[in-house]
Each structure stands twice: as structure tokens, then as C-alpha cells.
Write a protein that binds this ligand. Sequence first.
Ligand code: KG4
Ligand code: ZN
Length: 327
Amino acid sequence: MVVLGIETSCDETAASLIENGCVLTNVISSQADLHAKWGGVVPEVAARAHLEAILPVLNEALASQPAPDAVAVTNRPGLLGALSVGLTAAKSLAFARNIPLVGVHHIEGHILSPFDADVEPVFPHLCLVVSGGHTLLLRVTDFGQYQILADTVDDAAGEAYDKCARLIGLPYPGGKLLSEIAASGSDSHYDLPLMLPKDNARFSFSGLKTAVSRLVSSTPDLDKAGLAASLQNAINSSLVSKLELWLPDGDFNAISLVGGVAANRDLRKRIGDLCAKEGIQFFCPPFERCTDNAAMIALAGWRMLEAGLQDDMSLEAFATSPLTNWR
Ligand code: KG4
Ligand code: ZN
């Protein structure tokens, strides 16, 4: 089965073609530069940029490839104007070619992003979703079976990276740049609070922003690399500590790390090391499937279609949406 995936929920216009779980094309057009001067995503600007990019991106993903047998599209959650562009394109293609259409939850796309033709999941596993909008710890018992164990009460992990990066003068989205700078700093250079709420079901990151803001304004000769490394250590340590807390709580056979922040090398290494120590498997998507992309949407759609799920032309876009179980 050849599945076309389309993703336009935030500031990446993306299309991907997969064949029986093998990724054939994975085209991503990022609008990050457009939004950088505003320090965050401007919904109206994003929707317009998706309109301009969607056809060239689709053409590139489909060129010289087998014709799709189905279309999977992110229809929730996200910016409504942005989602509508991808959804309209997906419906048009499905209608014109008379092929099935399936709507995918963006977070489910991230959750299934490590699993393709070559990588089969093991169940149950702990899944850490760390992106610009979400920080979730999930128990995954099957495709389409998710239980939320922990959520953030304030900022998401990626948001914490981006907001602190901005405080030290890095352009949006600063997470990746910050982690690059961190490579040449010492992670104990500055003493930042370790964000570990007493409630195991909670993550919290907003205190870090306050600590970094105070430090920046009270330190004349700021060691940027030292601060970046200390901050990366504080965020990643609180994520890893939460995994260590939950791991003994279930019969978990693996940990998966997904979402934009899964591109962070220090975090990948720490969770990989934890899995090795525990003798369980570690799943993490390749770098190009960490930040928003359409291959993960095609992969999730493929699993749903295989399970007999399908939508029709009444499929709508939703700004917010719970992660529901379909199995
Ligand atoms: O999954 P994603 O592309 O978008 C959402 O669904 O939110 O995640 C984007 C987030 C941004 O906050 C970005 O700064 C962060 O992922 N990110 C990183 C790294 N690469 C991307 N954060 C830390 N280290 C990185 N290497
Ligand atoms: Zn995402």
C-alpha cells in the first residue's frame, strides 16, 4: 500500500510518500525564518505560507513515484488556518483519485514516528513525547492504545528550550541552536533548578525560564555555552528522572523518545543509556522524523488503514483534540 502523508499543523509544510512502511520521499518546507522576527509562530502568516508551499511540496513528494493508494492528513490538533490548507489538499486528492482518506492526530504521528517497515514496536512501552507544544509520558499498549501517565502543567520541554534560548539571544526556534552551543560548555557551569514536581503525573518547566531570565540580567559576562549546557542538563535531567520514576511501575519492554526535542543528542544518549542499563529496547526516529514531518503522518495513517479505519469528505480540522484510543 502506497500512502501519501500531509502535515501542515504548525509551521512546516510537509508531504511524504511511503510504500508498505518504507519511506520513499519526505519533503519538508519550514517557515521558521518567516516567524523568527516575531519570536514565535504567527497563525495568519503560517496559513498563507502553507498555501504558497503546499503544491510545490506535494509535487516534489509525488514526482517519479508510484501513485498513492490512500491519503493520510493531520487534521488535529493545530492552528486551524494551517490545518485547513493540508486538509483541503488531502480531500481534493482523495476525491480526484477516488482513494481512501484518513485523518491523523498530530501527536499520534509523533508516537508512531519510529516504527516503519524495518522497525516493529514492542508493547507495552513507555513513550516520551517532547515537542514545542507537548510534553507527555504515555503507556503504549498497542497501535492506537495510549494512556497518559504524565503531562506538563505549564511549558512544554521544547517551549522551555525555545524561550530560554531567546533569553540568551538566539533566534526562534532556539532549541537546536542552544543544543549546538551547549556542546562546548560545562553542564555544571550555572546552578539551575531541577524541575521535579512531587506529583509523578506532572512535568513543569516554567521555573527555568524565570531562573534563566534572572541569571541573564544579573550576569555581565555571561558564559553562553555554559548556560546552554546547564540548561540542557536541567531540562533533560527532569525528563530522564520522570522516566526512571515510571519505569518500575509497569511491565515496560522499551522506551521510545519522539517529537522535536528527540533530536537532542544529549537526551537521545541519556535515554539510550538508561535502556541499555535496564536491558530494554530503545526506539527513537531518525533525525528527519523528529521535528514535524509528513512521513510520521503517513506511517500512522498506514497503521490506521491496515486496521480498517477510514474517514470521508466530512473530515474536519480541530484546534484541540484529546488523544483517543482506536483499538
Ligand atoms: O515536534 P516539533 O517539530 O513541533 C511541535 O509539534 O511542537 O518540535 C519542535 C520543538 C521546538 O521547540 C524546537 O526547539 C525543538 O523541538 N528542538 C530541539 C532540538 N531540535 C528541535 N530542542 C532541543 N534540542 C534539539 N536538538
Ligand atoms: Zn509536532
